[in-house]
Ligand binder design. Structure first.
Ligand SMILES: Nc1ncnc2c1ncn2[C@@H]1O[C@H](COP(=O)(O)OP(=O)(O)O)[C@@H](O)[C@H]1O
Ligand SMILES: CC(=O)N[C@@H](CCC(=O)OP(=O)(O)O)C(=O)O
Length: 258
């Protein structure tokens, strides 16, 4: 099987022009097959606040009413996705932007209302990798944002970490797939104020301890759940850290194992 790197970048990198440019240079230099998934939560939050819309996140998911869905669609599928594609083209990486609706790639289902009504938030139900595989075979690089669809004409907002894990799991059927979560820290930290306190390996056992001690918290909790989901479902390697981990295997970063 051919090797494939599925790489996700978070909102802090997208919001920092220099960090984004440096990341895209590193991404372009990766030899072999690759897929990029981006978030952009910070940009959407800033725009919502400018428009005096309330922003509520619960368990790492944005409560998405219809106005917030419009903002998410414009920001993720529009500004952020197309900016990244244009910047990649400038670096001679032939990228193509995707929402989950394009090519019916990622079908999702509006989350049922239980304790919380998340609104137009979609949980992934089916991934069709056919178009992605055609593009990869033609040396094109798919770039996914976190907008999906329900198959009945409704766009939905899906957490980008989840989307990356589901896409990696589906692609792992036909490629030796590695999943990298790039964000603004060197990895999962033992002490959030000490940049160098990277935990080199997290498995299900030490994860429980780290969680109960409050060392892993906030946005890192759903990220870890997605990491375990991916490693338990056919993805060969899952790593969390700075984009530097993509080019320098001696750099500090966190690897997730079962
Ligand atoms: N132990 C930890 N190590 C690193 N980050 C942590 C830890 N616990 C909580 N976090 C928080 O998790 C955040 C990453 O989650 P999130 O904001 O969802 O990432 P992304 O920007 O990739 O979407 C970090 O910015 C950090 O504030
Ligand atoms: C449902 C849901 O929460 N969707 C996310 C999608 C963007 C995202 O995940 O962006 P980051 O990776 O930058 O956080 C949101 O709107 O924030």
């Amino acid at each position: 099987m051919e090797q494939l790197k599925v790489i996700k970048i978070g909102g802090h990198i997208i919001n920092d022009q220099q960090a984004l440019d440096d990341f895209l240079t590193t991404f372009t230099a990766i030899k072999g097959l690759k897929v990029l998934i981006h978030g952009g939560g910070k940009v959407a939050t800033e725009l919502a606040q400018k428009m005096n819309l309330e922003v509520t996140m619960i368990d790492g998911r944005r409560i998405t009413d219809s106005e917030t869905l419009d903002i998410a669609t414009m920001v993720y599928a529009g500004k952020v996705n197309k900016t990244i594609v244009a910047k990649l083209q400038a670096k001679k990486c032939n990228a193509i932007g995707f929402t989950g609706a394009d090519g019916n790639t990622i079908l999702s289902k509006k989350r049922d209302v239980e304790e919380v009504d998340f609104g137009y938030v979609g949980d992934v139900v089916k991934v069709d990798t056919e178009i992605v595989e055609v593009l990869l075979s033609r040396k094109r690089t798919p770039v996914f944002c976190a907008i999906t669809h329900d198959g009945h004409g409704q766009l939905l907002n899906t957490n980008a970490d989840t989307l990356a894990a589901e896409l990696a799991i589906a692609l792992a059927k036909n490629y030796e797939t590695e999943l990298y979560y790039c964000f603004e820290k060197k990895g999962v930290l033992q002490n959030i104020t000490d940049e160098d306190s990277v935990i080199k390996n997290i498995n299900l056992e030490n994860y429980q301890d780290l969680k109960s001690q409050g060392i892993i918290a906030d946005g890192m909790l759903p990220k870890m759940q997605n990491c375990f989901h991916a490693i338990q479902n056919g993805v060969q390697k899952v790593c969390v850290g700075l984009p530097d981990m993509l080019q320098n295997s001696n750099s500090l970063f966190t690897t997730i194992s079962n």
